[in-house]
Ligand binder design. Structure first.
Ligand code: SAH
Ligand code: SF4
Ligand code: F3S
Length: 436
């Protein structure tokens, strides 16, 4: 049997796309291998959100040349980086041993591109700039039997000034409500208990293409699907988070009490430069509203440090908002200029050591808050969806609470079981306990 290996960079969108590529390859008679040396085909699904993602890809691609020399595997590269012309040019010039290049809008064509390459033995390139279409009927080879990603929309219309995603994923387009509900029902029938609804901004689901239903209505419908016990979603843009969504979250018993609400900066001046369309006050009042309706909500966020012109005062505003909201977790990033975006031409006016120092201050403060927020779980029982054994310690099981806290515990549960765990200790990044 022929074997494939997929390397996935970037976000859940890409992970979901890789699951689809896996399914296409399975249907073509390939099986998956963890060992690249044995692969007949290697797929590298790329991300271009920050420069270090680009660098990692090119580093790995260089390394693959030697492996290809030994095993003559086919190398296919796809994903967000391939939507950027200068990247594709660079690959064609410096990495001529890449056999297939396809873009994010050409995913459904992968089997025919592979067939074309197998027939002609020549490089095959297929990159479409954008698409208004959504391709239904591409199944996924699911990585887990108990949880699944469900893409509810693609693309982004927000054009945050630093962000490359609207250029790599095209305009926002929502899937039809019934297609989504059918997919989730069939997942539930196959034993899936948790779904993560994916979109760059799920709050604007259905709006741009007049689907006739809103994200809160969709959540209410998913909440009725038997067998689905946990509903999560990502990502919520604060500018579009409606009162109706807050109501839906508090009414729907299967919607988890966790909200990822990227703030990016605590300074209204920087937020305006980022084209985020909310300011510090609006974000804080949103948080107040959410906490009033859903008192046990867990909030997490994304923060960018070192956006051009960020002053010490602007950064102090970020630290201040972190201290006020007290997020359970934050993904923190150093600003990375991306070609083609609005802010790309802004002068990088903050010295690297200043940015590094701000970044480490931010990490320290957030770590302390994350730690302190965990104390409330001590000596309580929490509901955990078991995800199997810990990667590092075999006797330890791992899973997540409804509010997305990571729990390491001892017990006899199997992956996919929903059980109760008594929490006896807390660490910076997880809770520790024993299955009840
Ligand atoms: N659509 C989502 C996620 C976008 S990418 C959203 O709007 O939240 C995930 C995160 O990467 C962003 O929230 C942002 O914090 C970060 N990011 C995006 N572009 C970046 C850049 N050029 N430099 C540094 N961080 C960036
Ligand atoms: Fe990027 Fe902004 Fe769209 Fe998120 S909402 S993908 S940060 S442009
Ligand atoms: Fe995701 Fe990276 Fe593309 S974050 S949408 S894979 S640029």
């Amino acid at each position: 049997m022929k074997q494939y290996n997929i390397i996935t960079y970037g976000c859940q969108m890409n992970e979901n796309d890789s699951e689809k590529i896996s399914k296409m390859l399975t249907d073509l008679g390939y099986c998956s291998t963890g060992n690249i040396n044995n692969a007949d085909i290697l797929i590298m699904n790329t991300c271009s959100v920050r420069e270090n993602a680009d660098d990692r890809f090119f580093g790995n691609l260089g390394y693959m040349k030697n492996i290809k020399k030994k095993n003559d595997m086919i190398i296919a590269v796809c994903g967000c980086m391939m939507q950027q012309e200068h990247i594709v040019t660079q690959i064609k010039q410096k990495y001529p041993y890449v056999d297939i290049i396809f873009g994010t809008h050409n995913l459904h064509q992968f089997p025919s591109l592979l067939e074309k390459h197998l027939k002609t033995k020549k490089p095959v390139y297929e990159i479409q700039n954008s698409t208004d279409e959504i391709f239904e009927g591409i199944d996924s080879e699911r990585r887990y039997s108990y949880k699944a990603y469900v893409k509810i929309m693609q693309g982004c219309n927000n054009f945050c000034s630093y962000c490359v995603v609207p250029y790599t994923r095209g305009r926002e387009k929502s899937r039809k409500r019934q297609d989504i509900l059918n997919e989730i029902t069939s997942l539930a029938n196959s034993g899936v208990k948790e779904v993560m609804l994916l979109g760059q901004n799920v709050n604007s689901y259905g709006i741009a293409d007049n689907i006739g239903t809103s994200f809160p209505s969709l959540l209410r419908e998913v909440n009725e699907i038997k067998g689905i016990e946990r509903i999560r979603f990502m990502t919520s843009h604060p500018k579009d988070l409606s009162d109706d969504l807050i109501d839906a979250m508090s009414e729907c018993s299967n919607v988890c009490n966790h909200l990822h609400l990227p703030i990016q900066s605590g300074s209204s001046r920087i937020l305006a430069l980022m084209n985020r369309k909310y300011d510090r006050e609006k974000y804080l009042s949103l948080v107040d509203k959410i906490k009033a309706k859903i008192p046990d909500i867990s909030l997490t966020t994304d923060i960018i440090v070192g956006f051009p012109t960020e002053s010490e005062e602007d950064f102090a505003d970020t630290l201040d908002i972190i201290d006020t909201v007290r997020f359970d977790g934050a993904y923190t990033f150093i600003y990375s200029p991306r070609k083609g975006t609005k802010s790309y031409d802004m002068k990088l006016d903050i010295p690297a050591d200043v940015i590094k120092e701000r970044f480490s201050r931010l990490l320290d403060i957030q770590k302390k808050i994350s730690e302190e927020n965990k104390f409330k779980y001590l000596n309580t029982a929490v509901e955990v969806l078991c995800e199997g054994r810990s990667k590092t310690e075999w006797e330890i099981l791992t899973g997540r609470t409804r509010d997305n806290q990571l729990v390491n515990f001892t017990g006899s549960a199997n992956a996919g079981d929903i059980i109760e765990v008594y929490i006896s200790n807390t660490k910076s990044f997880y809770l520790q306990g024993k299955q009840i």
